[in-house]
Design a protein around this ligand. Structure first.
Ligand SMILES: NC(=O)c1ccc[n+]([C@@H]2O[C@H](COP(=O)([O-])OP(=O)(O)OC[C@H]3O[C@@H](n4cnc5c(N)ncnc54)[C@H](O)[C@@H]3O)[C@@H](O)[C@H]2O)c1
Length: 438
């Protein structure tokens, strides 16, 4: 207790501030400090603690090329690398990963897991925990696990890391667009619960996220399109320049899988720019509000009703999000928050990229209201906090209440707008089954 006395506050003698000495620190990424205050009754006290974590995000090229030292520098000193890889990614890139660690003479212990949406279950988390735990690799609590895969794997393996030793760090290499720019760096690790997607989880961001678009070359085009939805989300709510870039280059990014098919240096630079802008915009809000305790979260746009209807109709996540975003834009028009021209621009961008802007499931009022109820509970009961664009593209605000009558009027208005579109607003390969993910 000598240390604590050193920090006793002279002006408030009942408070003891405790900063733990550097020499005791065993983690590079997590630190904490706090204070403890006696109450006057001499029988109670209050602890206030701060928790600091560091999470770095890097856009890189050729992460598993032997000359790239980033991962070798991390795992060399640890004497091994424990990795969890998506089964499909293992088939495509496993050899390259193994060769990389061989070239750097770092022993690699890598296990592949099937990580489809249907595998996003507590059972998968348990299986990964089995691999990381005592009977598996027995990872230490300061040894970052390497996770290589898409959003499903980053969610479930990230959650397993959060649970292992209560907090084991991990390095994320996202191999899909969604994982690269959204699920990968996100602090929200999770698994699906009954009826409601992503409802069980922990806030546990990677200590390092490496974003390398060269993986996108082997993705099905449907997954590229699906991932772009999360970029559009940040463009609409936070970055008007990004929106314009997507209007200009979005289709070419899909055709060329972010400039990984064919040689086009100029497009490659634009692709990296778009990825960087999306990541920066997202982490600016997400990374500074790691526990989601503040509800000014633009990245929740499109995610208010979709967690309820996405599993109900087995839609691709990105398509469910664009449906939610397009509906949110019409709702914003109904509330006089947005001009109809801006809403039409949002719909036009999504449609030009083959993304869904309307699904008849929106007309199921019971389900939509239940979705709102679930979301209020998830966001803290203070209100619905539904982000929608306000005042133009690149800015947003939060709706606290959507009464059933307004919900119904907005759905009818949205249906009317979308009924004039080709396919009534349906997108290309909008269902999980279209991409063989069921
Ligand atoms: N935690 C968050 O903040 C957050 C944010 C957005 C999305 N998500 C979650 O992410 C999930 C969707 O992630 P996703 O779109 O990456 O899907 P996914 O993880 O299911 O990956 C899609 C498919 O592509 C395969 N794949 C992965 N990389 C590949 C590659 N480079 N080449 C070829 N195939 C490859 C996978 O095996 C899988 O079959 C959803 O469950 C969603 O809820 C989470």
């Amino acid at each position: 207790m000598v240390d604590s006395e050193k920090f006793a506050d002279q002006t408030e003698p009942n408070i003891i501030r405790l900063t733990h000495g550097e020499k005791y620190l065993t983690s590079k990424w997590y630190t904490g400090s706090g204070e403890i205050a006696h109450k006057k009754d001499g029988r109670s006290f209050e602890v206030t603690a701060n928790f600091t974590l560091t999470s770095e995000v890097k856009v890189v090229e050729g992460i598993f090329k032997p000359e790239n030292e980033i991962l070798a520098n991390i795992y060399n000193s640890l004497g091994r690398c424990v990795a969890v890889i998506d089964q499909t990614v293992n088939e495509l890139y496993g050899e390259q990963v193994r060769k990389y660690f061989d070239a750097h003479e770092i022993p690699l212990e890598m296990m592949a897991f099937r990580a489809w949406e249907v595998d996003k279950t507590p059972e998968t988390v348990h299986r990964i925990l089995g691999y990381l735990g005592k009977d598996g690799c027995d990872v230490s609590r300061s040894e970052p696990v390497l996770i290589i895969g898409g959003g499903v794997l980053s969610d479930v393996a990230g959650l397993a890391c959060a649970l292992q030793h209560r907090r084991t760090p991990y390095v994320m290499v996202g191999t899909t667009v969604v994982a690269a720019i959204d699920a990968g760096p996100s602090p929200r690790t999770c698994t699906n619960g009954k009826q409601f997607k992503n409802s069980i989880g922990a806030y546990h961001p990677p200590v390092l996220t490496l974003v390398d678009r060269s993986f996108f070359g082997t993705l099905a085009t449907g997954h590229i399109r699906n991932g772009i939805a999360e970029i559009i989300k940040m463009a609409i709510t936070d970055d008007a320049v990004l929106f314009e870039l997507l209007e200009k280059y979005g289709s070419r990014l899909i055709e060329t899988h972010f400039a990984t098919l064919g040689e086009n240096q100029e497009l490659a630079e634009i692709a990296d720019d778009i990825i960087y802008r999306a990541l920066f915009s997202y982490m600016k809000h997400e990374g500074t509000n790691m526990f989601e305790t503040y509800q000014d979260r633009p990245h929740g746009y499109g995610h208010t009703w979709s967690p309820r209807f996405e599993p109900a109709v087995k839609m691709m996540h990105g398509h469910a999000v664009t449906t939610g975003m397009a509906f949110g834009a019409t709702l914003a028009v109904e509330m006089n928050w947005l001009k109809s021209e801006d809403r039409d621009r949002i719909i036009a961008l999504c449609q030009s990229l083959g993304l869904t802007v309307y699904h008849p499931i929106l007309e199921d009022m019971d389900l939509m209201i239940e979705g709102q109820k679930n979301m209020r509970r998830k966001r803290g009961e203070g209100g619905l906090w539904a982000p929608v664009p306000r005042g133009g593209i690149g800015a947003c605000d939060y709706i606290q209440e959507v009464p059933p009558e307004l919900l119904e009027t907005a759905v009818a208005a949205h249906k009317a707008v979308c009924s004039k579109l080709p396919n009534q607003g349906a997108g290309i390969e909008m269902y999980l089954s279209d991409l063989g993910l069921e």
